[in-house]
Write a protein of this length. Sequence first.
Length: 198
Amino acid sequence: MPFAPARAWSRLLSASEIATATAALGARIAADYPSGELTLLGLLRGGLFFLADLARAIPAPLRIETLQPQSYFGALVSSGQVTLAPGSPRDLDLAGRDVILVDDIFDSGRTLRRVSDFCAAARARSVAAACLVVKDAPRAAEVEVRYRVADIPDRFVVGCGLDWDGLGRNLPDLWALDPSAPQDAARKQLLALLAHPA
Ligand code: IMP
Ligand code: MG
């Protein structure tokens, strides 16, 4: 039987569920750092929208910085190597700062491990992590993700900043790929979702 085209992607989280949970996280973070002066270190590009939403949900004085780690290089699975975009770390002064790393997803753990180590080397006073979602996947590295919107199953997801080969980031909801869907059908359906968000 041919693969049913409408089924490659299913909605895991709606934009309104994400907004509600992000607002609650923002209040929690403000309460956890009563002295204020927090630095959100957003990881681009996936963390872009969560960074913008979370920052506006935290009623406290904030600095916003960004880094651009890379590990997927367009594929559906991580390459296993995390690189930081050359040049960007040099402009960052994290010494003595309370830093919260803000990323789209916690998967193998390699990205947050690499960036946490970078913050420690930059003499940050404290480092915590906030992720839109935490995937129930095997970890290559452990990092405590103190703040999260949701835990999700081990599926490839797009939307809310997450991409497949650069596309899908601007979908307001989070969509999970059926692992049995052929890639060409999945790609066509992603393009259809982008043109006509359901
Ligand atoms: P980790 O280093 O394996 O934890 O992966 C973190 C990075 O891989 C994330 O910041 C994403 O950019 C990317 N990633 C992991 N899982 C997915 C996914 O399901 N869809 C899209 N990108 C993903
Ligand atoms: Mg990322």
